[in-house]
Design a protein around this ligand. Structure first.
Ligand code: AMP
Ligand code: ZN
Ligand code: FE
Ligand code: FE
Length: 280
């Protein structure tokens, strides 16, 4: 197992559906001795508009720019993390504008679907829960739970918002090829996020990776949040087979979720080539 360095290349701030501000994320990362951190909000790089790099440097943390882009492949939602992006790229700025619009349109559609199902929901209520952040399905779930219409976030996803449910609207997302293109055009490394979360068969996952590599994708999240050794090994094998750099991230959203704690990432298996070797 390789030990160096302590990294976390997947987490969320309040610019998407995370609970903490980017500065709070940095403080937590420092407290956990994270040496390299990427904040990867859903479809926004709002966190990086702040003077974060100077704060990170004084905390001794290498801040790697990042974003988790929603896209679709074979009618499934796929998340692609872009790392080490040049945020000054005007094309990437345009991509973020497209994603912001897609999220707004999607939020309207989700509102309509939930209303049709008989739920009491208005878009401004959900936008208020998102605060500074872009609206996502967790904000709809939060609203349904807060108003007593569904008992828990888990149930909200299970019944109406999760994969394959009526509130899981993905028509607005760009194709996998487009998302990967946005990232590589901005000089970044495209990484398939949490590969086991899509509940695909191994054959399907291989087909995804094959298309991903053809589009210019270069990385795979071999470590994401808590995963057992068997899954880590299976993903290390896939990274090896498709010649992909291995990335690792907690997918931290908020404190108190032990399966996704900031900086709590296992060591990569030795046969993996870590993605950070590309820049450090
Ligand atoms: P969205 O960006 O709107 O598609 O929402 C995706 C986010 O929803 C993920 O990053 C998770 O934070 C959250 N999420 C997805 N599935 C579930 C689930 N089953 N239970 C709780 N949260 C979930
Ligand atoms: Zn999220
Ligand atoms: Fe994700
Ligand atoms: Fe995420």
């Amino acid at each position: 197992m390789s030990v160096l360095p302590a990294i976390d290349f997947h987490c969320h701030s309040h610019f998407s559906d995370g609970a903490l501000s980017p500065m709070e994320l940095l403080e937590l990362a420092k407290a956990r001795d994270v040496q390299q951190l990427a904040i990867t909000d859903h479809d926004t790089v709002g966190a990086y508009a702040l003077p974060l790099h100077a704060s990170a440097a004084s905390a001794g943390i290498t801040l790697v720019t990042g974003c988790e882009i929603s896209c679709q492949w074979q009618r499934r939602s796929i998340h692609v993390v872009g790392l080490n992006l040049d945020l000054a790229s005007s094309d990437f700025g345009r991509a973020m504008t497209i994603q912001a619009q897609a999220r707004e349109d999607r939020a309207e559609k989700i509102t309509e679907v939930l209303q049709r199902l008989g739920f009491d929901v208005a878009l401004p209520q959900v936008q208020a829960l998102a605060g500074l952040g872009v609206v996502g399905r967790p904000h709809f779930a939060q609203h349904l739970v807060a108003t007593g219409q569904i008992p828990s976030m888990t149930m909200a996803f299970k019944r109406v918002l999760g994969s394959g449910k009526p509130g899981d609207i993905k028509a607005n997302w760009p194709t996998l090829e487009t998302a990967v293109g946005w990232i590589t055009d901005a000089g970044g490394i495209a990484v398939v996020a949490h590969p086991m979360k899509y509940n695909m068969t191994l054959t399907k996952l291989r087909a995804l990776l094959s298309d991903f590599v053809a589009a210019g994708g270069q990385g795979l999240e071999v470590l994401t949040g808590y995963q057992d050794a068997q899954r880590i090994n299976a993903l290390a094998d896939l990274a090896h087979r498709f010649d992909l750099y291995a990335s690792a991230g907690s997918d931290f959203h908020q404190p108190g979720q032990p399966w996704a704690e900031l900086g709590r990432v296992a060591a990569l298996p030795d046969r993996c080539v870590p993605v950070w070797t590309l820049w450090s």
